[in-house]
Design a protein around this ligand. Structure first.
Ligand SMILES: Cc1cc2nc3c(=O)[nH]c(=O)nc-3n(C[C@H](O)[C@H](O)[C@H](O)COP(=O)(O)OP(=O)(O)OC[C@H]3O[C@@H](n4cnc5c(N)ncnc54)[C@H](O)[C@@H]3O)c2cc1C
Length: 397
């Protein structure tokens, strides 16, 4: 509340902010979360797909899961598809707004204060405290805390002001919820004309509701409008009463996610898988590490940049390589033509690569690097294997 001196002020009530708040308040610290919107979960733009393991670790009600999936159809540019199914990997499709609200309720239950319609406009770090200026109901107020956590999504203004640098590259995700028939499993479309550099999706949330979306480097809304008119969607959509929502997704990490009395978590720090744009799980890992590092620093009374720098070392050790390799893979994919994408699909299909990868221990919904490297190995040796096969046939061995 205004006038109160908090241990920690967190800017942003998304999953990363609320989960960090929950962890810190559970350790006995006084925490306030500032949210610029009128409530948690308002206007979220997200498909809500997470691994079952990720969902469990938030410890919220399983009733928030709209759907579960362990199979998906992957469509090539020509419209051929590979259907992959694996019983080990299970993903959940969450009601994202209700999920955010549930994480916030958990935080409130351990004493976190939420201040809505409160946009942090400035942060000033002083020797013995941090001052957060908020604009609240057209008035300006100042709140004080020992430390601040930025969990404000992809929104570079405050991190730039604090000299933490900025995430320069980003993609745009656009999505709409529709009433549709005949979509009984997740469908992913790889086609550079539909979703340049990325992919499009249809994700059923119930027997008749489907999330249709895509990621793109630019003009995501326009690309989605075209996709909705394509044969993949048009004949299956019964009603479209929702509006297209869109949001930026960081592709790369913030140069510095710590400073004197400050840490940055979630999308704001670039804790996102660049292959899929998924940020709930990596943001969750970042939040856990941030709460641990900051909790210890608060208890030792040392909130210096030197002390807090171990936050970045720890989260980069956990997911830095994944993010770099994912970024590299996404860039390589964005340079392929549809014809080359089609050829890779054919290799995966006829060469049995897809099956081999599905059966391998490298398959994980959250960790892609081992799968990327295994796929690359298969794709590179595929022409040799094919030539060897032909040679055997020719010489009648
Ligand atoms: C179309 C689309 C589909 C996606 N699908 C998936 C998916 O299936 N799975 C997945 O894991 N990820 C997905 N993502 C990514 C996921 O939504 C983000 O990674 C996730 O929301 C990041 O959480 P966060 O808490 O870091 O930030 P956010 O959820 O963006 O929350 C930040 C909060 O901070 C508030 N805020 C911002 N600035 C201020 C300020 N100055 N003062 C006060 N409050 C402020 C905002 O209002 C917001 O509530 C998708 C993204 C898009 C665009």
């Amino acid at each position: 509340m205004p006038g109160q001196f908090y241990d920690v002020i967190i800017v942003g009530a998304g999953p990363a902010g609320s989960y960090t708040a929950y962890r810190l308040a559970s350790s006995g610290y006084s925490v306030a979360v500032l949210e610029q919107k009128e409530a948690v979960g308002v206007g979220v733009c997200c498909t809500g797909i997470v691994s079952a393991e990720c969902f469990d670790s938030f410890g919220v009600n399983p009733e928030l899961i709209l759907n579960r999936a362990n199979s998906a159809k992957f469509f090539s540019p020509s419209g051929k598809y590979l259907r992959l199914q694996d019983n080990r990997v299970q993903v959940c499709v969450l009601d994202r707004a209700s999920f955010d609200q549930a994480v916030a309720r958990k935080a409130q239950a351990v004493g976190v204060d939420y201040l809505f319609l409160s946009r942090a406009t400035d942060i000033v770090i002083e020797r013995d405290k941090a001052l957060v200026e908020i604009s609240h109901h057209s008035s300006r107020e100042k709140l004080t805390a020992r430390a601040v956590i930025l969990a404000n999504g992809f929104n570079p203004r405050l991190s730039q002001k604090l000299n933490l640098g900025e995430v320069k590259r980003f993609a745009i995700g656009a999505q709409i919820e529709v009433e549709a028939g005949d979509v009984d499993e997740v469908e992913i479309y790889f086609n550079q004309r539909i979703a340049p550099g990325f992919f499009a999706w249809l994700v059923p949330t119930s027997a008749s509701r489907v999330l249709v979306g895509l990621l793109s480097m630019s003009h995501a809304k326009l690309c989605l409008q075209k996709f909705l008119l394509s044969p993949y969607c048009q004949s299956r959509i019964v009603r479209k009463e929702d509006k297209i929502k869109q949001k930026a997704i960081p592709l790369g990490t913030l140069p510095r996610s710590y400073g004197n009395r400050i840490l940055v978590v979630g999308d704001a720090a670039g804790q996102v898988k660049p292959t899929t744009g998924g940020g709930i799980y990596f943001g969750h890992l970042g939040a856990k590490i941030a709460a641990e590092v900051l909790g210890e620093a608060l208890s030792d009374g040392d909130l210096s940049i030197a002390r807090l720098s171990c936050y970045q070392r720890q989260w980069k050790a956990k997911m830095g390589e994944e993010i770099s390799l994912g970024y590299w893979t996404r860039r390589a994919y964005s340079k392929l033509s549809d014809r080359q994408v089609e050829r890779i699909f054919n290799m995966f299909d006829s060469g049995g690569i897809a099956r081999t990868l599905l059966d391998s221990p490298n398959l994980s919904f959250d960790w892609h690097s081992r799968l990327i490297l295994a796929s690359l190995r298969h794709v590179l040796v595929y022409p040799l294997r094919k030539a060897w096969h032909l040679f055997h046939k020719e010489v009648g061995l």
